[in-house]
Design a protein around this ligand. Structure first.
Ligand SMILES: NC(=O)c1ccc[n+]([C@@H]2O[C@H](COP(=O)([O-])OP(=O)(O)OC[C@H]3O[C@@H](n4cnc5c(N)ncnc54)[C@H](OP(=O)(O)O)[C@@H]3O)[C@@H](O)[C@H]2O)c1
Length: 341
């Protein structure tokens, strides 16, 4: 079985360094580097003694192109979960440079061969690369979720060592539906969705599976909305550009903002009474959810989507590790409270 030393050769971050102290034997160090926007970072970080520290542990992590080691909250969430449910595991970030994209399949293969590998999250720009790689695996049983198969993307690779089986999941959409369900059911609702990119596609897929009565997708480039409509293959879906959306906005029960930039949506102040304004963005960017609340509607931000995804993957990991279900429920409730506060 391979070790993490081989994986370290592919990534630009030091796999023994964390932004926060997660384990008792970590030493503080002064870290200097650059974030994904090229800004210099100088901050205290914590250092494990060496890669050998991971030997015998269950290993999980997040692969991304925009240096997740500098921004991701996942190590904290996952390491807390492992500690709460008694899994001897460690979660790290893998900053895989997009200039080396042609090496991605070799990198992923190396990573999946590491002793103790458990869950690998995949973020931009590698979700379709991960799907492609898993589609080519022959020496292990690979099972894709319905959403991953329909959309050709994967954002969680979960490995069951006992069964030599890999699960390829796409949880973006299911995570968002989990969040919406905390407010209201999607069944038989009319939904307006802004965007036709990765996040919007995953959400649209789950909305259709979840039984919405209609879904209108508005996107800057109508051809991308058309491509998504073709994948969804449902007569409940309509599409348009960003003009002519007023009628759909007025008649929708749920409005979902699934693009990054903040743009003006004509007629938004006339949205139906008590509609739900949902944002995929969070933090300072969740302007759509805030707009909804300022107009006396309900608002939901992207943090719920993020937590929903984590909740789905953590439960699958716990099932594979045969963790005690009431410990899992207690751990997730505790983590949810502190994450969403
Ligand atoms: N909370 C979570 O868990 C979570 C998970 C995944 C993503 N997200 C967030 O979701 C957002 C979208 O990510 P993504 O992965 O879907 O991105 P993406 O695949 O690159 O899609 C981009 C979308 O934005 C539209 N767009 C871009 N610039 C625009 C502009 N100036 N005016 C109007 N439309 C514009 C694109 O329209 P065209 O098709 O016309 O180019 C497309 O619909 C990001 O903020 C991301 O952080 C959140």
């Amino acid at each position: 079985m391979a070790k993490l030393d081989n994986v370290q050769n592919y990534v630009t971050n030091d796999l023994t360094t964390y932004r926060e102290e997660l384990f008792g034997d970590m030493q503080p160090i002064q870290f200097k580097g650059v974030d994904s926007r090229g800004n210099e970072i100088a901050e205290a970080r914590f250092q494990l003694p060496s890669l050998d520290w991971y030997d015998g542990k269950k290993i999980s992590g997040l692969i991304g192109g925009a240096k997740p080691s500098n921004y991701s909250g996942s190590p904290k969430l996952w390491n807390s979960f492992f500690q709460e449910v008694g899994i001897d595991g460690a979660y790290m970030c893998f900053d895989f440079p997009s200039e080396k994209r042609e090496d991605f399949p070799r990198f992923l293969e190396e990573l999946l061969n590491v002793q103790g590998i458990l869950d690998i999250s995949v973020t931009d720009p590698y979700k379709s690369d991960a799907y492609e790689y898993l589609s080519s695996v022959r020496n292990r049983d690979v099972e894709f979720s319905a959403a991953a198969k329909a959309l050709g993307v994967v954002n969680h690779i979960i490995y069951d060592d006992d069964k030599n089986k890999i699960y390829g999941l796409m949880t973006d959409g299911a995570g968002m539906i989990w969040g919406i369900n905390t407010q209201r059911s999607i069944r038989d609702k009319r939904v307006f969705l802004l965007g036709a990119g990765g996040a919007a596609s995953a959400i649209a897929y789950e909305l259709i599976q979840g039984g919405v009565s209609s879904l209108h997708i508005a996107n800057r480039r109508v051809e991308n909305a058309q491509r998504l409509k073709n994948k969804l293959n449902s007569d409940r879906v309509s599409i348009s550009g960003l003009e002519d959306t007023i009628g759909f906005i007025r008649s929708s029960d749920i409005l979902i903002y699934a693009i990054e930039p903040t743009i003006e949506l004509k007629g938004i102040e006339d949205a139906k009474e008590d509609s739900l304004f949902v944002d995929v963005r969070y933090g300072e960017k969740e302007k759509f959810a805030k707009l909804g609340m300022s107009l006396a509607h309900k608002g939901l931000d992207g943090k719920m989507m993020l937590y929903g995804q984590y909740n789905i993957a953590a439960r699958k990991v716990a099932e594979i590790e045969k963790a005690n279900i009431s410990d899992v429920d207690d751990a997730l409730n505790k983590i949810r409270k502190s994450f969403l506060k």
